[in-house]
Design a protein. Structure first.
Length: 351
């Protein structure tokens, strides 16, 4: 499990559509389809909840799929050999009869993919950087093989028009309009601290941490993650119990068990947040947050080989969903060994 996120893109060249604040009329988009209209962007939580989130990958981020791409791309389709006709046609289209290469993306013609029934979810999508949202054009499709164990192809689409430097969120949204001031920040991550079973963890969030159930742990490893740019500050604490090394252990490491605590970091500690489907013993890790001005509106998590967007509730239905809403960012076809290699381990061995 990689810790953190590094998507290297920034700037917003001429957007395909227009980012507007509430109450501001949008200007005419290039080559509008039909009569020009006034588009008013909903509040950020509502806008994100109204769209579909897709993984944005540069091939090296923690939320990447193991396929190296030539630039920022949105991962959309996975095709495995459970659909042999489609799989074989895609193989011929991409590799022209040669052996599929693991971990490398190859360009294909978008019209050829459409003939196979494979299309992007939209012509443009919203991406999010530290300076605000940008409407990226969905462009060149790429095909690659992300797994050495499973016969599966990943289809992604280049995102164009938002620059080539900076730090951007690892997801894009298909929502129609997005208000100004919606930004992305990576989580800050403290160093892993190891301490004995009878010792204390020295961190401001230590008193808010939950510990794994273990009667025999000989030591613990803990770290904290938080995003300080927004209020309330999203934060997560992870504590891992390390058991004594068993004689049959292949890598010289003791078994690990985890316990994560998620919440908002306030002056008096961590106010817990519970998200449906999140297992504190096998936790997705906080990698960053979306804010609207100073307000936290959504969180992004690394769940091993997958990603998760969690949108915070609004005070009313117009402002956002009535409760936390989670959206998967990628739904790959992974083997048990793929997932084992991506499992959360803090000792640096076992993979």
């Amino acid at each position: 499990m990689a810790l953190g996120v590094a998507l290297l893109v920034s700037g917003c060249d001429q957007p395909a559509s227009v980012s507007v604040s509430i109450g501001e009329p949008a200007t005419k988009a290039p080559e509008p389809q039909g009569p020009a209209a006034i588009i008013v962007a909903p509040p950020a939580r509502r806008a994100l909840a109204d769209g579909v989130a897709w993984l944005v990958d540069d091939g090296v981020s923690p939320l990447g799929t193991g396929v190296s791409k030539p630039g920022l791309a949105m991962v959309v389709h996975f095709v495995d050999d459970s659909r042999p006709i489609l799989y074989n046609r895609l193989h011929r289209l991409t590799y022209h009869g040669h052996t599929a290469k693991f971990g490398e993306a190859f360009p294909v013609d978008a019209e050829d993919l459409v003939e196979l029934g494979l299309e992007p979810p939209a012509e443009s999508v919203w991406t999010f950087g530290p300076l605000g949202p940008c409407s990226a054009t969905v462009g060149q499709p790429w095909v690659g093989r992300p797994s050495t164990d499973v016969r599966v192809f990943e289809i992604s689409y280049a995102l164009e028009g938002c620059g080539t430097q900076g730090r951007w969120a690892p997801f894009a949204s298909t929502t129609t309009a997005m208000p100004k001031g919606v930004t992305w920040r990576d989580a800050q991550i403290s160093e892993d601290e190891s301490f004995g079973a009878e010792e204390l963890w020295q961190h401001p969030l230590a008193e808010s941490a939950s510990f794994p159930d273990s009667q025999t742990a000989q030591s613990y490893v803990a770290h904290a993650r938080w995003v300080g740019a927004y209020e309330p500050r999203p934060a997560q604490v992870l504590v891992t119990a390390v058991e004594p090394v068993a004689p049959e252990a292949e890598h010289g490491c003791g078994a690990e068990s985890h316990r994560a605590t998620l919440g908002f970091w306030r002056d008096d500690g961590l106010e817990p947040v519970e998200l449906e489907g999140f297992d504190a013993a096998d936790p997705p890790l906080l990698v960053g947050a979306i804010g609207w001005g100073p307000d936290t509106v959504a969180l992004v998590f690394d769940d091993g080989l997958d990603g998760v967007l969690a949108i915070a509730p609004g005070q009313t239905e117009d402002l956002g969903p009535p409760s936390w809403v989670t959206q998967p960012l990628v739904a790959g076809r992974w083997s048990p060994s793929d997932r084992a290699r991506a499992a959360l381990l803090v000792q640096g061995c076992g993979h």
